[in-house]
Design a protein around this ligand. Sequence first.
Ligand code: NAD
Length: 696
Amino acid sequence: MDAVSSPVTVTRHGAVAVIGIDHPPVNALSTGVRQGLLDAVRVLDGDPQVAALVISGGAGRFIAGADIREMSLPPGPPLLPDVVAAIDGCAKPVVAALDGAALGGGCEIALACDLRLAGPKALVGLTETRLGLIPGAGGTQRLPRLTGVAEAIALVCEGRVLKARDALALGLVDAVEGDVLAAAIARAPATAKRRLSALPVPPGDKDAEAAAIARARKGAKGMPAIEEAIRVIRAAEAGDFAAGLAAERAAFLALRESAEAKALRHLFFAEREAGKVPGLEGVAARPVASVAVIGAGTMGAGIAVALADAGLAVTLVERDDEAAVAGLGRVRAVYERQVKSGRISAAQGAERLARVTPTADWGRLASVDLVIEAAFEDLAVKTDIFRRLDAIARPGAVLATNTSYLDLDAIAAATARPQDVVGLHFFAPANIMKLLEVVKAARTAPDVLATALALGKKMGKQAIVAGNCDGFIGNRIYALYRRHAEVLVEDGASPQDVDAALEAYGFAMGLFAVSDMSGLDIAYAMRKRRAATRDPGERYVDIADRLVEAGRLGRKTGAGWYAYDAAGNRAPDPLVTQVIEQARAAKGITPRSFTAEQIQRRLLAVMASEGAKVLAEGIALRASDIDLAFVNGYGFPRIKGGPMWAADAMGLKAVLREMESAHAAAGAGSEPAPLLVELATHGGTFAGWHQGGQQE
Ligand code: NAD
């Protein structure tokens, strides 16, 4: 074995040289890997004893893509296109042995080879658009030469990851082999050179191409990479490979510096950071094999589905048998819909449903490892349930609550084991929404927190840790954001102006449309509960109260901030306009108009300022956790990176000025966060701020 350059080594098998990459955990294309590959290919190309080359990432791996940390630096030599060009230009056949993820740049390397063999667990795809980029090393030019333009547009724009069999069906790999490395070594000497760069793009069906483009644009969500991918892939049809490659590279380099790509890279790292929780280093989670959910309403049923999807046995506990059966009916309905839409097979649906056991027998709670309470949002109901749980649950069982706003310490105090109590705040629909706020009460034990995080991971959720306060991270910030949206309406914007501005910003749905969907009664009840303790200095907008009192609870009653027809289509409603005008008249407000940009800036400033309070109080561990909460739980556009990231991008001085206006408009409770003032004054950013002080 002759080492060319670590982490790339070469081993000889007769006349076949295997270039092995060993750069844990995923063989990302760091500078060292690129250099090692380039050196190896050049040396072996000129070595008369070598007849053919195999590129291998070792058992269970290939190359999972670019080194994303390096992506925030200027591109350094050797560039990936140079590595790819060396493989393409090699006079000897090169075989790719894909035994694991061949994604992004890893897939581009495979596409430069003459033969691609996949192991059964291989994953293949050009996933760059997920990071706001397009492939930058020939992927957009080689892929259409294999699959045609329409399929290439679909694959690249969706960033689709193909399993070995699907990659084989589309021609991305040439064969699936049990022992892929042995097969690659065996086949390499007889492999002919087959440069995709020299092949013509197969003539495609124009209708299929138009359909693929339309679908890609529909899914673009404002991401410039999608339009660029379409343009550059279509350029391949002209047949000039070098020109196509140059167009691709120029677009890639420009996108790399785009605000959208930077925001998506920020979220990529935010996701990795979120799992790092101070105090949990080396703390083992408690084993969780069985879970019970108390309350089988909207949330409880959704949580049961999410647990069953993760392979856990779920006991679904209700007040009586009838309610338990109704709860199971909700679970069944979810699976029936999923089977009908083809998301899962009938057998999978039946298997998952069978994991859920409805009961009204609280004795069943004695044996489970973890309980999630999702009963009514009422402190008396919850403390009563936790008192009963304390008497039944086995010692060491984790006792969790899905409360949205209530004081976790008060709930924990109903038990003699507050160390075992934690918040598991899911978002509706609980089996779909990725966000999970793991709420740490004052006395939550570290291993209980670790257990909650491990469960979130098992369920495929994006867990973030939150401290205990009214609304935790997400709902606390959301409450102020909604309040200011209503202030804007009272001051002259229409609900549809606000929603249109938010949708133009990238939200899938505006705030008022969302309120109608979740129901206006929930926030109404919360406002009533807080009425007694509300600061008299706070400007109170009562438009939503009037709507609820008029029986407009949102979609479920056919009317809320909007009117809904039988098909569920929403339209502005003159009755709402009337209520709004009355509210303005009662306060002597002369309505003024707001541009979409003014609305966007105001609401962003409000979110960021409240986020800064959440940060300074230690409710969130870091600004990027707040970003993850809003992107995964509140529809904040991913390409904007989350509210704290977007505020940094807007500039905190401007955010502070905007927040001062917001404060002037809305009064007490909207004072700019001291942390915002501090960072704006000293030129800091949320991304660079850390609990304990210093900027990075
Ligand atoms: P829901 O009214 O749909 O369901 C509550 C269920 O709990 C009902 O089926 C009820 O029969 C049952 N229940 C009540 N008391 C019980 C008891 N003592 N024992 C057993 N079962 C009991 O309410 P929901 O919307 O599912 O909300 C449940 C919890 O989840 C609340 O704490 C709520 O704040 C929280 N939450 C709701 C949402 C949401 O969007 N709906 C989102 C996040 C969190």
